[in-house]
Design a protein around this ligand. Structure first.
Ligand code: SF4
Length: 343
């Protein structure tokens, strides 16, 4: 039995700036630019905002993202901030990500933060995988931990708030208290939280690093205080199986996925929103038709004895889908489904 879906919106993605990193756990796949400007990306998003208004569909969701790095011009940054306001994304608007930035001299970093702050940015966000050489290994750049620490320090000096994600994986668990202490030197964060690896992207190569429920018992009290153990991000596969067994049958609410590239941007610009939605809906339905129902994945490809942790329902469903595809190799446009293995 295949999937029933209900289209509830569209996500528009463009890789406008290349990433200077090659993190070993990256979700993103290839990290070069798609050759589409931020201005063209914004124009397409605006057309869909206009379409939603004209068709009186206030509940139709419109999402957008430019990847991979925040290293875009101040002017583009300002335009994106305005776009976020038109979309009603007030809180998201105010942060920039530090991942993917090149190595710059201190004065350029401070100037970069000053310009962003002047345009309304309030916080910076960075991800840590332990500290020192362990972090550098996972982020695949020598000196990356020290650089990130400096970025946090300089951001704090410019009055920006600090948001920090600490990856909880086998090789970082014992380093978490020291990592937190080193980060404290940069200033008090407005947010610090833990996260296991997602089951997606290049993190799939490191399943041996996935922590289990038993590992949570070994964490220092100071680190456990950063976690809400009732949150879904600390569920094991066994927990997800129980949760899905108690949930309603599958109709997947789906956001269509529109990725703008130099190959399709001219055609997209020359199509109406209705034409784009119609074509994408057909392709997306075909992709979902290739998937077994969630109930089938649950009953035949899940493991209700697995105590390893998967942070989101999509992560554990991807795991089941991979087991299914291992037994039943199938070609379909997986990137159009919520079980995509890339961003
Ligand atoms: S995780 Fe982010 S910073 Fe790291 S390689 Fe991927 S896109 Fe770049």
């Amino acid at each position: 039995m295949s999937r029933e879906i209900r289209v509830i919106g569209i996500g528009i993605h463009t890789k406008t700036s290349r990433c200077a990193h090659a993190c070993r756990y990256c979700l993103m796949g290839r990290k070069s630019s798609d050759g589409v400007s931020t201005a063209r990306h914004i124009a397409i998003v605006d057309r869909f905002i206009e379409w939603r208004k004209r068709n009186e569909q206030p509940d139709f969701q419109i999402g957008q993202a430019v990847n991979y790095a925040a290293n875009i011009s101040a002017e583009d940054q300002g335009q994106l901030m305005q776009l976020h306001k038109r979309m009603g994304w007030q809180s998201f608007t105010m942060r920039v990500h530090l991942g993917g930035l090149p190595i710059w001299p201190d004065d350029e970093i401070s100037e970069w933060f000053r310009v962003r702050k002047a345009s309304g940015v309030e916080t910076v966000h960075g991800s840590l995988a332990g500290h020192g050489r362990v972090h550098d290994y996972w982020n695949n750049r020598k000196g990356d931990f020290e650089y990130l620490l400096k970025l946090f320090r300089l951001a704090a000096a410019e009055g920006l708030g600090l948001r920090q994600r600490l990856f909880a994986i086998k090789s970082t668990l014992s380093l978490l208290p020291e990592t937190a202490a080193l980060l404290d030197q940069a200033g008090e964060p407005v947010e610090r939280y833990l996260m296991p690896f997602f089951y997606r992207g290049t993190a799939l190569r490191h399943e041996q690093e996935r922590i289990s429920k038993h590992d949570l018992d070994t964490l220092a009290p100071s680190i456990r205080n950063l976690m809400d153990l009732n949150d879904h991000r600390w569920r094991s596969e066994a927990d997800w199986v129980a949760a899905f067994r108690n949930s309603s049958p599958d109709i997947d609410p789906v956001n269509l996925q529109l990725e703008l590239t130099e190959r399709n941007i001219d055609a997209i610009e020359n199509s109406s929103c209705d034409e784009i939605l119609e074509r994408l809906t057909i392709r997306t339905r075909m992709a979902y038709d290739a998937l077994p129902s969630r109930g089938e994945l649950l009953e035949r490809w899940s493991d209700d004895t697995n105590v390893h942790i998967y942070p989101y329902s999509q992560d554990v469903e991807r795991l089941w889908l991979d087991r299914y595809l291992g037994d039943n190799p199938t070609k379909f446009e997986r990137h159009l489904t919520h079980l995509t293995d890339r961003h």
